[in-house]
Design a protein around this ligand. Structure first.
Ligand code: SAH
Ligand code: SF4
Ligand code: F3S
Length: 445
């Protein structure tokens, strides 16, 4: 067996691509190793959402290039993912020791690429296709985890003015229901207990089907009908694409969890307009309120950007008040990073100085932490079902950790490994990022 090591730097979509690539490579005599130094083939699956993520990829292959030049001339190096899609052949100039560059649209060509590279060729495959990805029946080598990620859409049509994703992932394409359902069945057969449907904008699933009217709610119904004890989640939702039918479906279906990730990006209607987000502060608030009113105990999380070009102090404060007003349970936050080709990157004269951006980023983080604790405190004293994901050691003590249906992390003292089991817990305390609980009943596994 030859040995491959893949360093995965990006979002869930990127991780899911790695699982597909490992699935294909296992058919060509490659086994995955944990130590990059022992590998014959090194691959980096890159992310370009912010400059920092892109720079991380360059510094990593710099190290790998040195290994190759100094110790191991037969080592093969592949540069994959979102940065590859964007930079293509230019990467060979920057890093001449790279053997192949593989973008996000051509993953299914990996077997041919590996063959060519083993014959000493250099290959670049970054042309944009309009197909959904296809691993030609090679399967997926999923990471050992209770949860399995299943892509339902690829790409994005929204062109938010700050975002690189439409350029690195192409136009939005929905994968066929039968392919998705088969992947979910396979994951369940392998023992996964949770299926998370994945897309940049899952609630627009099926808009591009010309021959059928089949949307996310229909897919959830079909997946809910599969045999077995498991949970279903979906991320990410675009606020104005969430339909009443989708919300009702979440309430009705027993396996679909009470959790929505609905990025707002800014609390200011003026900034939202410049971001090309298609809603106002008030419209976003109305959607969140509707979801809360219809779905008992729902958790709603969001994403925000601090220091978008031209953002005033008052506009930034509107983001802080939005987190309070809409009682957002948790938010990912990031300082704005200009990305090549995007519209906002051209507004250089409106860029916010780094120190101001950083200070806003810190204040935003503080607000998120406060609200996360507030949200967690609501559950102290309650009895909740968790699905245990793993156990680990902290300060000499073992802890089982799992998630409630509404995506709250709960730690329970360990007396045996409960990974993969559904248990009831009594919540005994709340911290910023997790709840503490005690097992009251083992339900099923
Ligand atoms: N499709 C999802 C988000 C995908 S990108 C949505 O529409 O919300 C994940 C997150 O990265 C975004 O929600 C945004 O908050 C952040 N992000 C994207 N581009 C960024 C940039 N140029 N600078 C800083 N953060 C960015
Ligand atoms: Fe990026 Fe906007 Fe698409 Fe999300 S919806 S991936 S933020 S362009
Ligand atoms: Fe994901 Fe980063 Fe690409 S967030 S889609 S890996 S740019």
């Amino acid at each position: 067996m030859k040995k491959v090591y893949i360093e995965t730097m990006g979002c869930q979509m990127n991780k899911s691509d790695t699982e597909r690539m490992l699935g294909m490579l296992s058919h060509f005599g490659y086994e995955e190793v944990e130590n990059p130094k022992s590998a014959d083939l090194l691959m980096v699956n890159t992310c370009s959402i912010r400059q920092l993520s892109e720079d991380k990829a360059y510094s990593l292959i710099g190290v790998w290039g040195k290994w190759k030049q100094e110790n191991n001339p037969d080592l093969k190096i592949g540069f994959c993912g979102c940065v590859a899609q964007q930079k293509a052949e230019k990467l060979f100039k920057r890093a001449p020791y790279v053997d192949f560059v593989l973008g996000t649209h051509n993953i299914y060509k990996l077997p041919e690429i590996i063959k060519a590279v083993e014959n000493g060729e250099k290959v670049c495959e970054c042309t944009e296709t309009h197909k959904t990805e296809d691993t030609r029946g090679f399967g997926i080598k999923r990471v050992k985890s209770v949860n399995a990620w299943v892509n339902i859409t690829e790409g994005c049509n929204n062109f938010c003015t700050y975002c690189i994703v439409p350029y690195t992932r192409g136009r939005e394409r929905s994968r066929l229901p039968e392919v998705i359902i088969q992947e979910a069945k396979d994951a369940l057969a392998e023992g996964h207990k949770e299926i998370t449907l994945l897309g940049q904008n899952v609630d627009s699933y099926g808009k591009d089907f010309k021959d059928k009217n089949y949307r996310l709610a229909d897919l959830l119904r079909d997946l809910n009908a599969l045999d077995g004890d498991f949970r279903i989640r979906f991320v990410t939702s675009y606020p104005t694409d969430i339909t009443d039918e989708l919300i009702r479906t979440v309430v009705e279906l027993d396996k679909v969890c009470e959790y929505f990730h609905i990025p707002m990006q800014s609390g200011s209607t003026e900034v939202l307009k410049k971001m090309n987000r298609r809603y106002t502060r008030e419209e976003y608030g109305a959607i969140v309120k509707k979801v809360r009113d219809m779905v008992p105990d729902v958790t709603i999380t969001s994403d925000f950007i601090a220091g978008f070009p031209g953002e005033t102090e008052e506009q930034f404060e509107e983001t802080l008040t939005a987190i309070d007003e809409f009682e957002l349970d948790y938010c990912n936050v990031a300082a704005y990073s200009p990305r090549e080709k995007t519209v906002a990157a051209k507004w250089v004269d409106k860029f916010i100085p780094e120190d101001v951006k950083d200070e806003r980023f810190q204040r935003l983080n503080k607000k998120v932490q406060e609200n996360c604790l507030k949200s967690n405190l609501k559950y102290v004293g309650r009895e909740m079902e968790i699905l245990v994901e793993s156990f680990y050691e902290r300060s000499g003590k073992l802890i089982n950790t799992g998630k409630t249906r509404n995506n709250k992390t709960v730690h329970v003292p360990y007396d045996k490994d409960l990974t993969g089991q559904f248990v009831n817990v009594k919540i005994t305390g709340a911290k910023t990022w997790y709840l503490n609980g005690e097992v009251t009943k083992i339900l099923r596994h």
